[in-house]
Design a protein around this ligand. Structure first.
Ligand code: AMP
Length: 270
């Protein structure tokens, strides 16, 4: 098996990226697909593209996706209140939730730009723990098997959450949750894409349609951790280096109101 990783940038700023874990026979075809993606992005033409093709020598971990849900919301304030509410149900402190929203909204890198990767936030104190606050943590070496991708297409249609972006974010969020992350908060830096999510083992991958205003170029990711209980080095090594293939799709629920979502959770647990 091979890991393919692409990242494209312009004047040092990230434009797009992509990941595959595939058999040797598909390397050429998938490499071409990633290069096409790099050169055809809404943000513009990159001046640098890195494509890494690497044979995987470690053991590959197999996993099951988080279930997808979408909460019907009306506008940014409503979405943020509900996303914050879900984070607090998961056990993230108010301080940590506020810190994540504030940092992502203003550009979490020290220069006020978007980070390339994710912040790690202590779920109690709200302190940032990632070693490099410009780069953050880059989750990498993850993909989905062809069979699971077929099942995911059906599931995404049912959940009315279609598109390559949802697929890739779900794969990433699943790996992040498998690494021992209590919760993840994310919204895109693409100005046209306002749907964000809160992901966790407990509630799955929960989408909120308006986590930022249309046209806002700021976006980012926060991973909430029980900082005192984690070995940060092995946590980061898992997210950045352990190859993961999703081979089973967990069914989620159809888009629903916040109250219905909470009722379904109670029902699921009983
Ligand atoms: P995107 O959903 O691709 O627009 O990414 C939103 C934000 O998530 C970016 O601005 C980065 O801060 C962060 N991010 C993107 N890719 C990764 C990754 N592979 N691992 C961790 N964080 C990422």
């Amino acid at each position: 098996m091979y890991s393919l990783r692409m990242r494209a940038s312009k004047d040092g700023s990230h434009i797009s990226g992509g990941e595959r874990i595939i058999a040797r026979s598909r390397v050429l075809m998938e490499a071409k697909g990633l290069l096409l993606r790099a050169m055809d992005h809404v943000i513009g033409m990159p001046d640098e593209i890195h494509l890494t093709i690497e044979e995987i020598k470690d053991k590959i971990l197999y996993g099951e996706s988080l279930p997808i849900s979408t909460i019907e919301t009306i506008g940014v304030d409503d979405s943020r209140i509900k996303a914050a509410g879900l984070l607090s149900l998961i056990g993230v402190s108010k301080k940590a939730v506020e810190s994540a929203f504030r940092e992502i909204s203003k550009g979490a890198s020290p220069d006020g730009k978007n980070m390339r990767g994710a912040m790690i936030i202590d779920m109690d104190t709200g302190k940032r723990l990632e070693p490099d606050p410009c780069r953050g943590i880059r989750v990498s070496r993850m993909d989905i098997t062809e069979e699971a991708e077929d099942a995911l297409k059906i599931e995404m249609k049912r959940a009315r959450a279609e598109g390559e972006r949802v697929k890739e974010a779900l794969i990433l969020a699943t790996k992040v949750s498998m690494g021992g992350t209590l919760a993840e908060l994310c919204w895109s830096d693409n100005p046209d894409y306002t749907t964000g999510y809160v992901a966790s083992k407990r509630y799955g991958y929960v989408r909120f349609p308006h986590l930022k205003k249309d046209g806002d170029p700021k976006g980012g990711r926060a991973f909430f951790l029980m900082g005192s209980e984690m070995n940060l080095n092995s946590y980061i090594a898992f997210l950045e280096r352990m190859p993961l293939l999703i081979r089973k799709i967990t069914p989620g629920s159809s888009p629903c109101r916040w109250e219905e979502f909470l009722e379904n959770q109670v029902y699921r647990k009983s």
